[in-house]
Each structure stands twice: as structure tokens, then as C-alpha cells.
Design a binder for this molecule. Structure first.
Ligand code: NAD
Ligand code: ZN
Length: 342
């Protein structure tokens, strides 16, 4: 079968052929129809320090997908051949305390599809049946292919009650922009998003951000005055991984403010702990998606009118995967879809 694989220890990804994965007793084999490129795939493409430390050579990459069930293991009873599915790309151990408590997103032995085990940029993907999510008919293939990052946005945004709140999102990448859409959908008052990239800020606006701020030109303190916020933002969603963005979020949160951190900061990022303590801030780290509450909530929100379609900006056939990675690298893209059936 065709796969996109990290063949050589240099920047790039290669379209190659590999054995179709075996479908174990508890597994589901999925024929992939569409995939989306994640920032993680771009890290692997660039072969940065993290990728070199983490990803073995010859790994088939990718973890954002939609497809159709081609085969089910003999123990699988809840999924059948022909079902249209997506799935959770974090494979958890199933027997640690957190897994057994239904908190699989805290499993310390999580394996990543397309990072530590063969991924979804392939004609076929095998994953445990518990990770498979059946799709309702009214979720399109394009949207189903980006449920994984929508799940990151959902997990982060729904960490706190947003109804009537003033929300600051730092980072208008695809996940930040989708978080803006969710915050608006669930009833936040102000949804302010900042970035240093105008293209992405415009995208976030089209998804529902109520005020976009290019922090290379405008200051958040002026925006706080303009919006007549008494003290600053009550909720912060950090989605840039940028040190300065994290620090400014801490400064512009009000007393009693709450922040959820999804963006992955540099190793030596400094935090003003005095502000955290004297303002009584709550900080929550976010990894992946809650299994499987996030999947339930995001599909339900899509069915109740959450519109994130403008975030999909590019479509390519898998043969043109190089153009897809170039679009991601350009900074002028939202989500990029690769079609495996053209
Ligand atoms: P992305 O890299 O596409 O977006 C990050 C955005 O932050 C970019 O648009 C960039 O211009 C912007 N940015 C850079 N400096 C900034 C600054 N000073 N102020 C404001 N914005 C700034 O990433 P994404 O795919 O949208 O993901 C968001 C973040 O979440 C990334 O850091 C990613 O690594 C991380 N992530 C974490 C998890 C998790 O499970 N914790 C999962 C997926 C992604
Ligand atoms: Zn576990």
C-alpha cells in the first residue's frame, strides 16, 4: 500500500510502499479516505530536535484521518465493515490507574499514531477498536478528517465555563482559531485572539473571534481599555507555544483568572510566579483529547451549529503531498487536507 514515510534522516517526507498493517483480535483496519496535516507532521517533515529524538526512521506518519472500516478483529463487536469512522490517535495502555478510571488522556504510557507506531498517512491504518469513533452522516469527510485538532481545541476551550466570560486566546493557528469558534458558540462575551500573522488572524475572525490583535502592532492593554474590561480577561487559552505570549497572558488575566495551556513552550520558559500566586490564577495543562468526552462534545457541537469549515483552506491529492507541506510551511494556511482516493 501507499504510505507517507520518514525514509531518510533529513528534512522531507517520502511517498513509498509498505505492507498493509495486520488487524489484531481487538483492532479495526480502516481504509483511509482523507487525512489532514498536523503541526506534528511538519515537525517530523522538518526533522527538528524533537522529531529526531522521538520518531524512528521509516515511520509512517499522520494521525488526522477519516476512512471506512475494511476489517474488524474477531473480538470486535461494536464496529462493522463499511462503517465510516475517524479515531483517537493516542493509544493508551488500558490498565494503569488513570486508564481504569476512565481518564485515558492521563495515561503515562500513551503511544502516538504516526509518531511511535505506524500512522494514518497510508491506504490502511490499524488501531484498537476502543480508539475508533463512528461518524454520524451529517459530519462531512473533510470535518471528520480534522476532528483530532478540533478535539485539542475543544478539550482546551471547554476546560472552564466560558458563558459570559472574556476570553483571550494566544495563537491563531488552526487550533487557536477553532477554539475561538467554540468559545463564541458556547456563549463567551469577548473572544479576543492574538497572533503576529495577519492571514491567520483573518481566518480566526471568519471563525468567530470578536476582536483580532496583531501583537506586533497593537498592545493588549489598549484592547482591554477599548473593550472596557474592568480588569483584564477572565479566561486564557494559550495556543501558540510562544514564551512571550504565555507571559503576556499571565499579565492580562484578571484576579481569579483561569488559563489552559495547550501550546508547547520552550524548555526554559520563565513564568512570573508572583502574579500566579497573588492573582490566584488557575493553570491547567492540556494534552490531547479527553477520551472520549471530547469526541462526544465536539461532534455534538458540530451538530448544533458550530461552524469551523473556513479553517480548511487547502485540498490536495496525496500525490501532491509536497504542495500540502509547503502550504503548511508558508504560514498562509489553515488545515490542509490530503485525499487518498484521487
Ligand atoms: P501553529 O504552530 O499552527 O500555531 C501557532 C500560532 O502561534 C501561529 O499562528 C504563530 O504565528 C502564533 N504565534 C507565534 N508567536 C506568537 C506570539 N508571540 N503571540 C501570539 N501568537 C504567536 O500550531 P497549532 O497546530 O494551531 O497548535 C497550537 C499549539 O498547540 C502548538 O504549540 C502545538 O505544538 C500545540 N499542540 C499541543 C497539543 C497538546 O496535546 N498539548 C496538541 C496539538 C498541538
Ligand atoms: Zn494507561
Amino acid at each position: 500500500m501507499k504510505t507517507l514515510t520518514k525514509q531518510v534522516a533529513d528534512p522531507g517526507i517520502w511517498l513509498t510502499r509498505a505492507q498493509r498493517p495486520k488487524c489484531g483480535h481487538n483492532d479495526v483496519l480502516i481504509k483511509i479516505s482523507k487525512t489532514a496535516i498536523c503541526g506534528t507532521d511538519v515537525h517530523i517533515y522538518n526533522w527538528d530536535d524533537w522529531a529526531q529524538r522521538t520518531v524512528p526512521l521509516h515511520m509512517t506518519i499522520g494521525h488526522e484521518f477519516v476512512g471506512t472500516v475494511a476489517e474488524v478483529g474477531i473480538e470486535v463487536t461494536n464496529i462493522k465493515v463499511g462503517d465510516r469512522v475517524s479515531g483517537e490517535g493516542h493509544i493508551t495502555c488500558g490498565h494503569c490507574r488513570n486508564c481504569r478510571a476512565g481518564k485515558r488522556h492521563y495515561c503515562k504510557d500513551t503511544q502516538g499514531v504516526g509518531v511511535n507506531r505506524p500512522g494514518a498517512f497510508a491506504e490502511y491504518l490499524a488501531i484498537p477498536s476502543i480508539n475508533v469513533v463512528k461518524l454520524p452522516e451529517n459530519i462531512s469527510d473533510d470535518l471528520a478528517a480534522i476532528l483530532d485538532p478540533l478535539g485539542n481545541a475543544t478539550h482546551t476551550a471547554l476546560s472552564f465555563d466560558l458563558v459570559g466570560e472574556d476570553v483571550l486566546i494566544t495563537g491563531a493557528g488552526p487550533i487557536g482559531a477553532m477554539a475561538a469558534a467554540i468559545a463564541k458558540h458556547v456563549g463567551a462575551r469577548n473572544v479576543v485572539i492574538c497572533d503576529i500573522n495577519d492571514y491567520r488572524l483573518q481566518l480566526a475572525k471568519s471563525l468567530g473571534a470578536t476582536r483580532i490583535v496583531n501583537t506586533s502592532r497593537e498592545s493588549l492593554s489598549d484592547v482591554i481599555q477599548e473593550l472596557q474590561l474592568e480588569e483584564g480577561f477572565s479566561i486564557g487559552l494559550e495556543m501558540s507555544g510562544n514564551d512571550q505570549a504565555l507571559q503576556s497572558m499571565i499579565s492580562y488575566l484578571s484576579h481569579g483568572g483561569k488559563m489552559a495551556l495547550l501550546g508547547i513552550p520552550g524548555k526554559d520558559t520563565a513564568i512570573d510566579w508572583n502574579q500566579v500566586i497573588f492573582k490566584g490564577l488557575t493553570i491547567k495543562g492540556i494534552y490531547g483529547r479527553e477520551m472520549y468526552e471530547t469526541w462526544y462534545k465536539m461532534i455534538a457541537m458540530l451538530q448544533s451549529g458550530l461552524n469551523i469549515t473556513p479553517i480548511i483552506t487547502h485540498h490536495f491529492s496525496v500525490q501532491d503531498f509536497q504542495k500540502g507541506f509547503e502550504a503548511m510551511l508558508s504560514g498562509k494556511s489553515g488545515k490542509v487536507i490530503l485525499d487518498w482516493q484521487t
